[in-house]
Ligand binder design. Structure first.
Ligand SMILES: Cc1cc2nc3c(=O)[nH]c(=O)nc-3n(C[C@H](O)[C@H](O)[C@H](O)COP(=O)(O)OP(=O)(O)OC[C@H]3O[C@@H](n4cnc5c(N)ncnc54)[C@H](O)[C@@H]3O)c2cc1C
Ligand code: SF4
Length: 503
């Protein structure tokens, strides 16, 4: 069966869901292919045991690491993609992130666009995703106007900690958060099961709520769930994608459109291009640079918990504070270290995944007296850190962490800060190589086809009607959460496409 559309978008996450919404008013017939299904609204959405122990919503797929060992990636295949599970922290990159930045362990390369180019799309992205924040208190903030929505208030405990941080000479600022109508009837309830959980009442600013659902009301956008793109087919010259081969509910279908947009997430987009190798593209589609799948980045991230045996933490919604004082330079050397932010509350069953033999009641007692933080440093692009697909289409992820000294220093400083705040003990935990949540960089954008896969509008240099619009285009990972930048670039590409003759 062949079906014809004007635009095919593969993937309904932050990149694809945003594009579908932004292109819907153009009147073009748009098909969104999504390999997963809707996350059902059910009690398990907010149940830590279902989410963390039974991995109810986690992708069932297994990937292979550099040694050929299997692991379960931290991935979700569903309408809205990983955005359904995100912590809703939607930061802009810093202006400096767009230029080349020297780090302790190497260079973070420049982007082909500057902050000013993306700034208007960041504005639109914040409006679209209901981002709440306050401009003016973050020392690394790029030039910007006010946020579209006011910041989420700190709890009483977090307020005291913020005062303590200021007393240390630091500059804490409100985390920018994508939440729909917090505190209002039917809106976000500011609960303690947000980060890593789907929102049972769909009040999270995610790609389903803010992208796909409104796009579907246009009448021009169709969504096929349980529809996995297997391969992209090209014309004999290899210049244009002619069809997408789709596995849908057990049958194989071909769909066609003059424009094909791959938005499967950085790992799956690279895997799809690699699986689509043909005579004209023997090393994978759009891969004359050899960079498809390479330069995979994922952030260096350490979870931290400050513990005080005599202080119960009664905060419900804890994810409200950012500390960017060491983002561009450390306290003892001139290189960037990264960001510290408060995290959602850890539940005993979540903590138990670190050391399963410790009983959950012990963890429950521990986390009731803990405050959770995240230290995050930039991951630098290395050609050796790469995604490949084997002959059965299985994903291999070779990844060795880098920028280790900067991250160790950040964790060291974060511990000092937390001890000075009065915590008796600070526990740390890292998912290490298997943390795929902030994946990016596998189809880098740039002006030169020899050193990039995509042009600055995310069009493949080698294939004229093929775009990749998700986290793949990042030349560097920066050290803030990636999604607002994915969304802003998707809005920029959508505008470009609206002004382009697509035939
Ligand atoms: C627990 C968690 C917390 C996070 N918190 C934050 C946060 O607070 N702030 C932030 O900025 N980022 C956060 N992230 C990261 C953020 O979710 C991602 O950066 C973002 O969703 C990536 O967008 P994307 O479009 O690249 O991919 P995704 O959003 O993952 O979307 C890809 C989509 O493509 C689909 N797909 C894949 N392959 C195929 C195929 N072959 N055919 C059809 N469909 C396919 C997938 O099912 C998925 O729906 C978090 C991630 C996780 C998992
Ligand atoms: S109610 Fe608010 S805090 Fe709770 S999961 Fe939904 S969006 Fe997150």
């Amino acid at each position: 069966m062949n079906e014809l559309f004007d635009v095919i978008i593969i993937g309904s996450g932050a990149g694809g869901g945003t594009l579908a919404h932004a292109l819907a008013p153009s009147g073009r017939r748009i098909l969104v292919l999504e390999r997963g299904d809707y996350v059902p609204g059910e009690p398990e959405n907010w149940d830590p045991t279902a989410v963390w122990k039974h991995l109810r919503y986690r992708a069932a797929e297994r990937w292979l690491d550099e040694q050929g060992r299997e692991f379960t990636p931290y991935m979700h295949y569903c309408v809205g993609g990983n955005s359904k599970f995100w912590g809703s922290v939607l930061f802009r990159l810093r202006r400096e992130d767009f230029g080349a930045l020297e780090h302790l362990d190497g260079l973070s390369p420049a982007w082909p666009i500057d902050y000013e180019t993306l700034a208007p799309y960041y504005d639109a992205a914040e409006r679209m995703y209901h981002v709440h924040g306050a401009a003016g208190s973050d020392p690394t903030e790029p030039p910007r106007g006010p946020y579209p929505y006011p910041p989420i208030a700190h709890s009483r405990e977090m307020d005291l900690l913020v005062e303590g941080l200021r007393a240390q000479g630091l500059h804490p600022s409100p985390l920018p958060l994508a939440l729909v109508r917090p505190g209002e009837e039917g809106g976000c309830r500011l609960c303690n099961t947000c980060n890593s959980f789907p929102c049972r009442i769909r009040a999270k600013g995610d790609a389903e709520t803010c992208g796909i659902t409104p796009a579907l009301t246009s009448g021009t956008v169709a969504l096929w769930t349980n529809a996995r793109a297997e391969r992209l087919l090209t014309d004999p010259q290899g210049r244009r994608v002619t069809a997408v081969e789709v596995e849908r509910n057990g049958s194989r279908i071909r769909v066609e459109a003059p424009v094909v947009i791959v938005s499967c997430g950085a790992v799956n987009s690279a895997a799809l291009l690699l699986r689509s190798a043909n005579d004209r593209h023997p090393d994978g589609l759009a891969n004359s640079s050899g960079l498809v799948g390479r330069r995979y980045m994922a952030h260096r991230a350490t979870m931290m918990e400050g513990f005080h045996p005599l202080k119960r933490n009664t905060t419900v919604f804890q994810k409200t504070v950012a500390i960017n004082d060491y983002y561009l330079r450390g306290p003892h050397q001139p290189y960037p270290l990264g960001q510290i932010q408060s995290q959602g509350r850890t539940h005993g069953v979540m903590a138990q995944t670190a050391v399963p033999w410790i009983p959950v009641w012990a963890y429950d007692a521990w986390v009731a007296r803990g405050v959770d933080w995240l230290a995050m440093s930039e991951d630098l692009p290395r050609d050796e850190n790469r995604v490949t697909a084997d002959s059965q289409g299985r994903i291999h992820l070779a990844y060795r962490p880098n920028n280790t000294r900067a991250h160790q220093q950040l964790v060291h400083e974060a511990k000092r800060i937390l001890h000075r705040l009065g915590f008796w003990k600070v526990m740390t935990f890292s998912h290490g190589n298997t943390n795929t949540t902030h994946q990016c960089g596998t189809a880098v954008f740039g002006a030169d086809p020899r050193t990039s896969v995509l042009d600055p509008f995310c069009r493949a240099h080698d294939v004229e009607n093929l775009f990749v619009v998700d986290a793949s285009f990042f030349p560097s990972s920066a050290a803030v959460n990636p999604a607002l930048t994915i969304i802003a670039q998707a809005l920029r590409v959508a505008e470009h496409l609206r002004n382009t003759d697509l035939r």
